[in-house]
Design a protein around this ligand. Structure first.
Ligand SMILES: [Cu+2]
Length: 135
């Protein structure tokens, strides 16, 4: 009986170790990545350039070669979510920086929604950034 209890306790301990080990590995993940605006403001008007940097917040370094697959730019921060404009990717200036071209038809606050896949990471980086278009 004593031997049986010991074996059972050991099995449970091993299982707990395995589970906590797995969750520790899962914590070093996609949540450590964040987009940030290079410039918080842009001039209102046609064909303006927006630049964002994808940062690894653990290392403080920019992350090159991410695949950007979802972008939307609209005036949701000023209560005009239906006022959306087309966002076109442009070649990046430097590794870890991603550039887009868009027409800001109105001065005010615009929300840039981004989705990205990072090399070697599962999951998706999803960020919403607010950029102000000025006259
Ligand atoms: Cu508007």
């Amino acid at each position: 009986m004593k031997t049986f209890n010991f074996a059972r306790a050991f099995t449970v301990a091993a299982m707990v170790a395995a589970i906590s080990g797995a969750s520790t590995a899962a914590l070093a993940d996609i949540k450590d990545y964040n987009f940030e605006l290079v410039d918080q403001t842009v001039q209102a008007g046609a064909e303006k350039v927006i630049a964002v940097r994808l940062m690894n917040t653990k290392t403080g370094k920019p992350v090159p070669e991410a695949v950007i697959f979802a972008t939307r730019l609209d005036m949701a921060p000023d209560g005009m979510q239906e006022m959306a404009t087309k966002v076109s990717p442009l070649p990046g200036a430097e590794p870890g920086t991603y550039r887009f071209k868009a027409t800001f038809g109105m001065a005010g606050r615009w929300q840039l929604s981004l989705g990205a896949k990072v090399q070697g990471e599962t999951g998706t980086v999803e960020n919403k950034l607010v950029i102000t278009a000025q006259r």
